[in-house]
Design a protein around this ligand. Structure first.
Ligand SMILES: Nc1nc2c(ncn2[C@@H]2O[C@H](COP(=O)(O)OP(=O)(O)OP(=O)(O)O)[C@@H](O)[C@H]2O)c(=O)[nH]1
Ligand SMILES: [Mg+2]
Length: 214
């Protein structure tokens, strides 16, 4: 998170995950669903077959009662194996991550490899993975071949991160995922940034400011 002289804060949030899991779709749906005070244009960079080559970016923001401007920059990484260098660069200085897994049973190995690469890349860019606000989304729950929610929950029961089940294609679970990440982000930083005491932002106001009407 960067604090600036101009009374603003900027949080970098990254959607990470294996190729084609629905990271870009999450950002596109968020852009449709959210109405924060400030919403920039979504920038997507896709090749002709819809695969992210570098990253996508969605800028959002709102002003706290104190006047502090709170900005969010939401990025996606490219999931294709070949783009690991780009993933590392995008992950650098992230304040929070959504890991978008593909619920399709055929994607279990790809999910596991991508999660592993995320932890390694966090280490390489100097992020404290232990304390990183992280939400795990299982997307594509509409597929007939999706692993059932109960089975996924059981498998992840020992993991400390919140799980959200989504069908990003029709927007389901997309705002909930973002809201869950904002909650973790707030709890991580509220005290050191004096968000409640100096800026008039309790957790609900922080989340409502970032989401707008969603
Ligand atoms: N069935 C189904 N398909 C989805 C869902 N979400 C996304 N897709 C489709 O999955 C494909 C990949 O989606 P993207 O959002 O481009 O995936 P990505 O993770 O950004 O892919 P990379 O940029 O290559 O890493 C597209 O054809 C989407 O329409 C979903 O919830 N269900
Ligand atoms: Mg993409």
């Amino acid at each position: 998170m960067s604090e600036r002289q101009d009374n603003s804060l900027s949080f970098k949030l990254v959607y990470y995950g294996p190729a084609q899991s629905g990271k870009t779709t999450n950002l596109l749906r968020l852009h449709d669903l959210l109405a924060p005070e400030l919403k920039g244009e979504i920038m997507t960079m896709e090749t002709k077959d819809d695969r992210t080559l570098f990253f996508d970016l969605l800028p959002l923001g709102f002003r706290a009662p104190s006047g502090l401007l709170i900005k969010f920059r939401l990025f996606t990484v490219p999931g294709q194996i070949a783009h690991d260098g780009t993933r590392k660069a995008v992950l650098s200085r992230a304040d929070g991550v959504v890991f978008v897994a593909d619920a399709d049973r055929t994607q279990e190995t790809n999910n596991a490899e991508s999660f592993q690469s995320m932890t390694e890349n966090c280490r390489r860019v100097g992020l404290d993975f232990e304390h990183l606000p992280l939400v795990v989304q299982f997307n594509k729950c509409d597929l007939p071949t999706a692993v059932p929610e109960a089975e996924i929950r059981q498998r992840w029961s020992a993991a400390p991160w919140p799980l959200v089940f989504a069908i990003a294609l029709d927007g389901r679970g997309v705002a909930e995922t973002f809201r869950t990440l904002l909650t973790a982000l707030y709890r991580r930083h509220a005290d050191n940034l004096a968000l409640a005491s100096e800026h008039g932002l309790d957790e609900a106001a922080f989340i409502a400011g970032a989401l707008g009407r969603a």
